[in-house]
Ligand binder design. Structure first.
Ligand code: GLS
Length: 796
């Protein structure tokens, strides 16, 4: 948008006066932040309204991305960038004596997601607006985001994350667009004269779903889409209702949108979670259908105007909910309603971890959602009836929705959608060949791959301005809108000046991060060391342990010989563990204890250090990623569906150290095997082990003296303060089978790490690898990913 510095300064001062009756000198940073936020929102409000009007006038088909999680990160700077007023505002504020980077820090980082899945949803809505695709997000306005992580004596402690405490400048509450969501009660059937049965649902609990809309601003264009997050409130009461029962009832209802379920790739069947899922699904589907009605079109054509996307199984109730509206409200017959529903719905699978495949006990779902359960039963009955004529009985039994006393949400999503996609080539192949093989036999044409992506705006232009500027100096700025243009950087692969400059920028970013670490954690780290980064949720399959075992090995080397030729290294971890995931929490404690040991041992002269940042999230990722030299992507092959930190890190010039898992496979295709360090078991070898049961972890312990020595430190008192954890972890690896093949991959990992130590010493060579990685990262832009969803799946 057009905005002069002068106008901005006037607007800003006026906003401060309007909101707080203050001038700049009197105001505090919190007030300045709020004034700026409100101003930015007012700058986009016309476009927002216009976009909506345009969609309505042109009767545009729109896509709705249903997701339990949207891990947005702070929005101020990103909104300024997308409105193309970042520089104007920055210099304008400076002239008023205000530092924009200080105001940025005032904004709370809304942790409305657990990890990759939620962050993907955030990248997607950013890209959808940027690519001018009519598409919106639909989720829950959790009052408390993912817990705040503290380390107390090395243990993870969870604290509430009250991100709304000081309000949220980006959202607009739209009470007039509220809908009612019903729970409990019963269904009775009325028999008509002609013998038809008409269901009547009498609910017991009604919840008012109030939407809070946030504008999602496209990058330097006219599109502003909407992220609609629903909040659960007490519906208006009649005068006669009893005051105390009102308060109790209100508390029960408001809990629904109170807290994000703090888990990732993990499932715990609790009623509240099911309530949350139906709550935002029902609210979203109802409001979409209501909007469609405004266009006065026939309901049987809904799929021509609406696409609903089921992001993982959490919103799978979209299927029976849309059926309910079409059958009960629109009086459509089953066949037509089903046809419409399947054409509207599409589903993404994000993990093969079996504990994440949600299933609900029949008793729970039928009590909470009687009408919905009835519809699921009918979907299941018809599915079995139809498929039994076409496929073997076993396959139909294995794929049906209701089985073994449970409702299987993935099956519901698959049967009710016209498209099912995985999130990386390897992941999709595993779905087809293994995890969802039965469904692939039944619905082969529904399966497709959409490799994940990330937005280059947040993860390069905003997070790493020095690098972003350098890229523009070299190749211009076409890559901002067409990220594959980053490939032009390859022309500089042999240009020493460019490579040295790249190294200097990395050094500058590392120094900045080192400064932050010193200020916040009191740990001194050397910016000339290799910054080796593993940032992701703490989960056994991601194998933070493998990383740790190698660190212990290096430490023992240095203890044997303090002059050992080891290139200085800082191992940086960022990870939250699900509160109920004891083993992951033990690993956190162990890493912290090893950090205490190593960081305080004068004898090794700071050659290796461990930094485990507290409360890892989007904002910390933005600090760490630009400073990373090495990107650790070391999950057991087959287990990481895609990964996205791998993409963010390569985009910032880190070299990937990886197994052939998830999107790492495609990263290698892009950069060539000489610019990525691959090690370890392949997915085929992992499945072979499962097949023949021939893996014996203990033999690796017994036959590899280095590994034995490393593992023994877990139990022999070397690592103080984590004795119990050390034993548990030792046992899990040596005694109880080592589920994720850590010991099997140890030797290969050590060799790969040695290779890094060696390569880094030749800075020209290393920076060339970094450059090739940046140049190859463009294809992993979420702009491309969402275009593929729009073209192949949503048809918008
Ligand atoms: C996840 C996967 O574990 C990641 O590999 C993937 O990148 C992400 C987005 O597709 O989805 N699945 C999940 O439950 N949490 C994730 O981060």
């Amino acid at each position: 948008m057009e905005l002069s510095k002068r106008k901005f300064k006037d607007d800003f001062k006026r906003m401060l006066t309007e909101l707080y009756s203050m001038d700049v000198a009197q105001s505090a940073v919190t007030e300045q932040y709020a004034a700026l936020g409100n101003l930015v929102r007012s700058y986009c409000s016309k476009k927002w309204n216009k976009t909506n009007q345009h969609y309505l006038d042109k009767k545009k088909k729109q896509a709705y991305y249903f997701s339990m999680e949207f891990l947005l990160g702070r929005m101020l700077k990103s909104n300024l960038l997308n409105l193309d007023i970042l520089d104007t505002v920055r210099t304008g504020l400076k002239e008023l004596g205000i530092d924009l980077s200080v105001l940025e820090q005032v904004e709370p980082d809304p942790g409305l997601g657990n990890g990759g899945l939620g962050r993907l949803a955030a990248c997607f809505i950013d890209s959808i607006a940027t690519c001018e695709i009519p598409g919106h997000g639909n989720g829950i306005r959790f009052k408390y985001g993912l817990f705040k992580q503290k380390f107390v004596n090395g243990y993870q402690v969870e604290l509430p994350e009250n991100w709304l405490q000081n309000g949220n400048v980006w959202e607009t509450r739209r009470l007039n667009m509220a809908v009612t969501v019903s729970f409990y009660g019963h269904v009775w059937m009325e028999k008509t004269k002609s013998g038809y049965l008409i269901p009547h649902y009498e609910h017991d609990q009604r919840v008012l779903a109030v939407p809070y809309d946030t504008p999602i601003i496209g990058f330097k264009n006219e599109t502003v889409n909407t992220l609609r997050l629903w909040s659960a409130e007490m519906p208006p009461q009649d005068e006669s209702s009893d005051y105390w029962s009102y308060i109790q009832q209100r508390d029960r209802i408001e809990t629904i949108s109170e807290v994000l379920y703090p888990d990732d790739s993990n499932y715990d069947g609790r009623l509240l979670r099911l309530k949350q899922e139906y709550f935002f699904v029902s609210a979203g589907v109802q409001s979409i259908v209501r909007h469609y009605r405004k266009m006065n079109l026939d309901m049987t054509h809904l799929a021509e105007k609406v696409a609903m996307h089921i992001n993982d199984t959490h919103p799978a109730l979209c299927v029976p909910e849309l059926m309910r509206l079409l059958l009960d409200d629109e009086k459509m017959d089953w066949e037509h309603a089903w046809n419409v529903t399947v054409n509207v719905m599409s589903y993404t699978n994000h993990t093969i971890m079996s504990e994440a495949l949600e299933k609900w006990p029949i008793e729970m779902i039928s009590t909470l959602l009687p009408r919905i359960y009835q519809i699921i039963q009918e979907i299941d009955r018809r599915y079995v009836l139809k498929m039994s004529t076409l496929f073997e009985k076993e396959i139909v039994e294995r794929t049906r929705i209701i089985e073994g006393g449970h409702v299987k949400m993935a099956h519901l999503a698959i049967i009710g959608s016209h498209s099912i996609n995985g999130v990386a080539k390897l992941h999709t192949a595993i779905l087809k060949e293994k995890v969802l093989h039965d469904f692939f036999i039944i619905f082969p044409s529904r399966f497709n791959n959409k490799t994940n992506g990330i937005t280059q705006r947040r993860w390069l232009m905003l997070a790493n301005e020095p690098l972003s500027n350098m890229i523009c100096d070299k190749i211009g700025n076409d890559w901002e809108a067409t990220p594959t243009e980053l490939k032009m950087l390859k022309a500089f692969r042999n240009d020493e000046t460019t490579l040295l400059k790249l190294g200097a920028i990395k050094r500058e970013n590392k120094a900045r991060f080192a400064d932050y670490v010193f200020k916040t954690m009191g740990i001194e780290i050397n910016p000339d060391a290799i910054f080796d980064v593993q940032i992701k949720r703490l989960h056994a399959y991601k194998r933070q342990l493998l990383n740790l075992l190698n660190i212990i090995r290096l430490y023992l080397n240095l203890k044997d010989d303090p002059t050992a030729d080891i290139y200085p290294r800082v191992f940086i971890f960022g990870a939250k563990a699900a509160p109920s995931y004891t083993y992951a929490k033990e690993i956190i404690k162990l890493i912290n204890s090893v950090a205490t040991l190593i960081n305080n041992d004068q004898e090794i002269q700071g050659k290796i250090k461990i930094v485990f940042v507290e409360n890892y999230g989007v904002s910390l990722a933005e600090r760490i990623i630009p400073a990373a030299d090495v990107s650790e992507q070391i999950s057991l092959a087959s287990k990481e569906a895609s990964g996205t930190s791998n993409m963010k890190l390569m985009l910032n010039g880190a070299v990937t150290l990886a197994t052939l898992d998830g999107a790492n496979v495609e990263i290698r295709e892009r950069v060539g095997s000489e610019n990525i360090i691959i090690f370890g078991l392949t997915e085929k070898e992992v499945y072979q082990y499962y097949h023949d049961g021939s893996y014996h972890a203990v033999s690796y312990y017994e036959n590899n003296p280095i590994l034995k020595r490393v593992l023994d430190t877990l139990t022999d008192g070397t690592i103080q303060g984590a004795e119990a954890e050390g034993w548990d972890i030792f046992d899990s690896l040596v005694k109880y089978g080592d589920e994720y093949f850590v010991l099997r991959d140890f030797e290969a990992y050590v060799e790969a790490q040695k290779k890094i130590d060696h390569l880094y010493r030749d800075q020209i060579k290393w920076q060339r690898m970094a450059l090739i990685n940046i140049a190859g990262a463009g294809v992993f832009s979420s702009d491309y990913t969402v275009r593929q969803y729009a073209n192949d799946i949503w048809d918008v």
